[in-house]
Design a protein around this ligand. Structure first.
Ligand SMILES: [Fe+2]
Length: 387
């Protein structure tokens, strides 16, 4: 089989204390007025003053915009409001510093400055025609991968469903990944974001869009994060764990950006939107039945995944090794206090399954990458196996 491979990435600056490079990087992008978008916890940790000082040292003016939210995903009006702020201050670079949602808002706000329509008009694949003003992304969790992806996820307030803008125009210019920024990340966020990152490596690896470049990166990311997510969860001050999780997370982000997610994210969107469940748990409560349903199409890949997760597969059949990957995944989820069923999230209303299945089936951008063709009835089976 001959594949066409198109691999894109922002410029990546990774390592301890790399936050110190933010001023120089902004200058290189031609910044004179920066809008710095962040959240209240990052502000409390003192990083806002640090970034502002580094920018001022390069004679760059900075305006800080603190994002507070009461839903797990930002609604579509939020990046529209931020774009208005950026326009009024004549920002020439936007910096997003925070978790995935803050980074998504920063990417979308930048694009709205050079594109005429509203966020809802850009949901879907490659709908944003023009690149926005330059952006620098600084994640403080490990991680959603948002710092290296062309995706931004928002809550569509009309339908209460999470939807994605997936456009190359949103790809950030620079990603600065400083593992020290993740040390202050609370335990529950470490688990939620960490498992999202692991799924960003695993899900594309067992999808139709997998290719040899992203497979290589995915296997290393899976091995790093399976080893280090537990220690980072157990002790947030463990710098080895934070460093390796940050590395695994950005690698998973590259896999996500270039091979894309599939069935698990598609089926999680209706749950996350309707019940306002954080993104990580919305994935873990359905991932085991999802993978069980598609495993027959990619047993060898699941066996490789088990090996990358540190499981012994010598002497096992491919099927036995493949099954081991799900056993290892379930064990990890339980040790991180993450839900492995809908019931764990107190979601018990089976009458909602029909509507979720219709909504998930509409996510053909993601489902077209699934290795098993999924009808609405197939999706109902998976949801029913998730209670
Ligand atoms: Fe995700």
């Amino acid at each position: 089989m001959f594949q066409n491979i198109n691999f894109t990435t922002p410029s990546i600056i990774f390592g301890m204390d790399t936050l110190n490079q933010v001023g120089k990087q902004a200058k290189k992008l031609g910044a004179s007025r920066v809008l710095l978008l962040t959240g209240p916890n990052v502000q409390k940790a003192g990083y806002v003053e640090k970034v502002a000082a580094l920018l001022k040292a390069e004679s760059i003016e900075v305006e800080v915009n603190i994002q507070g939210r009461n839903t797990p995903e930002p609604a579509t009006h939020i990046p529209e409001a931020v774009a208005e702020v950026a326009k009024n201050m004549k920002a020439d670079v936007i910096i997003g510093m925070g978790g995935g949602s803050v980074l998504d808002v920063a990417k979308m706000a930048s694009a709205l400055l050079t594109n005429p329509l509203k966020v809802r008009d850009y949901f879907g694949r490659e709908k944003v025609p023009n690149r926005g003003i330059p952006t620098i992304m600084i994640p403080t969790t490990s991680g959603t991968g948002a710092e290296v992806t062309k995706h931004a996820i928002f809550l569509d307030e009309e339908t209460q469903v999470k939807k994605a803008v997936a456009s190359s125009a949103l790809l950030p210019n620079v990603a600065i990944i400083d593992p020290l920024l993740t040390v202050s990340c609370p335990q529950v966020v470490t688990a939620n974001a960490g498992i999202d990152a692991l799924i960003h490596a695993v899900e594309p690896f067992v999808s139709k869009n997998a290719n040899p470049v992203t497979d290589c990166i995915a296997l290393k990311a899976i091995s790093l994060m399976t080893k280090w997510l537990g220690p980072a969860f157990a002790d947030g001050d463990d710098l080895d764990a934070r460093y390796n999780m940050a590395l695994g997370s950005v690698m998973a982000g590259l896999v996500l950006n270039n091979s894309g997610t599939s069935i698990v994210h598609a089926l999680a969107y209706p749950i996350g939107g309707e019940y306002h469940v954080p993104h990580g748990p919305s994935l873990t409560c359905i991932i085991l039945p999802c993978f069980d349903y598609i495993m027959l199409a990619r047993q060898e890949k699941f066996a490789l995944m088990a090996e990358a997760m540190g499981e012994r597969i010598e002497g096992l059949t491919t099927r036995e090794a493949a099954e081991l990957s799900l056993i290892a995944l379930e064990d990890l989820l339980k040790k991180l206090n993450l839900p492995t069923t809908l019931t764990h999230l107190n979601i018990t209303d089976r009458s909602r399954v029909d509507q979720w299945a219709i909504d998930a089936h509409a996510e053909q951008r993601l489902l077209s990458r699934a290795v098993r063709k999924l009808s609405v009835d197939d999706i109902k089976i998976i949801y029913n196996n998730s209670f």
